[in-house]
Design a protein around this ligand. Sequence first.
Ligand code: AMP
Ligand code: ZN
Length: 164
Amino acid sequence: MSTSRQSSENSPQSHPHADCIFCRIAAGEIPAHVVYEDEQLKAFLDIRPIRPGHVLIIPKTHFSYYDDLPPELASASVHLGQRLGKAMKSLYNVERVAFLFTGTDVAHVHAHVVPMHTKTDITSPVYVEQQDLTFRLAPQAGDDELRETVAALSSCLDHAVANQ
Ligand code: AMP
Ligand code: ZN
């Protein structure tokens, strides 16, 4: 990275959450497979997708908890989730798309938007009878696969918007 880049507005030093990976994605400092972006939100593919098409929606400003979001930003996030949900239903032929704010690993508000192929795509261990479960990270998806997903989802998102 050049010196002039480091001193620009988007440099890690210029925002208060320089160690937050999603702030850095929001600022374009580190790459992501971006599906949608506007002034206040960015939506990009989760690199460890539960299902192909698994998207994360973030506000570009850092908030640690969804309940701290200003109402208009919360509303914009849900609205984008609805548009993505329509696109995913048509692209992946699923009846239902999950929308969840979690944030146990990355403390920058993000909504997971996941096409649900089965009821257990988004579930809790409390529903499982066997007690000794161990959890792992979902496998990381390859760049080619993620690029193909972005192409399919963004064109479907445009189509879904055109038909609104
Ligand atoms: P959680 O905070 O529990 O919602 O988990 C964070 C999510 O962010 C996980 O699903 C990760 O796979 C995802 N994630 C972490 N780093 C990146 C990244 N650089 N690009 C895309 N997704 C990421
Ligand atoms: Zn952040």
